[in-house]
Design a protein around this ligand. Structure first.
Ligand SMILES: [Zn+2]
Length: 209
């Protein structure tokens, strides 16, 4: 049935996956993770970002997240489904689906790697995004958001100088400068502020499945 559903903006396709292994090189007196002939835009917040294509061709990979499109959604508060600005023009607030209620409950300020969802696509996101279907999600709005960390794989070198992954998909704060040069970032984590759970009848234009 998945082929009949819209392809969410943040979901990658098979041909977006480019197998480009990173390597260490010396830069500014320390070891820095890089790609061969990497352009400066491969780094953001001091971290090297996973290389991926933008062709949107091949089999859709429902359980993965496209690194560059996820980062764009988080930086610019764009919708995970359509890629357009998610801010509700009527309220100035950004609809945001939290994948589950954390232990201890929702807090006004939280961190998340899940992009926002424009109010027109909340129902579609709940129906199609596997990441939002594992636990009962909570529909919220937020006042603002800002980058605070990356989700990344951390690399080191063994005694023979070979690249080894020392941690997989862990959050690394944007102020952990001693680590950022050794990570391959795959998703941007933001801090959302003034988060409020929104009852499903609170004016959100839901298209529930
Ligand atoms: Zn949308």
């Amino acid at each position: 049935m998945a082929t009949q559903l819209r392809k969410p903006y943040v979901t990658p396709y098979a041909e977006d996956n480019l197998d480009l292994p990173p390597a260490f090189e010396w830069a500014d007196g320390s070891r820095q993770l890089t790609y061969h002939d990497a352009l400066p835009q491969k780094w953001m917040f001091g971290a090297l970002w996973a290389h991926c294509g933008t062709a949107r061709k091949g089999k859709i990979q429902w359980h993965l997240v496209h690194t560059l499109r996820q980062r764009r959604c988080m930086l610019k508060q764009r919708c995970r489904v359509c890629g357009e600005p998610a801010t509700d023009p009527d309220t100035g607030r950004v609809p945001w689906i939290m994948p589950s209620e954390p232990a201890g409950g929702l807090r006004s300020t939280m961190t998340t790697a899940h992009p926002p969802t424009c109010k027109a696509h909340i129902g579609e996101a709940l129906a199609t995004c596997p990441h939002l279907r594992r636990e009962p999600p909570v529909v919220c709005t937020v006042g603002d958001s800002f980058p605070i960390a990356v989700l990344a794989n951390v690399y080191g070198e063994d005694d023979g100088g070979r690249l080894v992954e020392t941690a997989h998909q862990v959050p690394i704060g944007l102020d952990e400068f001693h680590l950022l040069g050794r990570v391959l970032a795959t998703q941007l984590i933001v801090c959302v502020e003034d988060l409020r759970p929104e009852p499903l009848t609170a004016g959100l234009n839901l298209l529930l499945p």
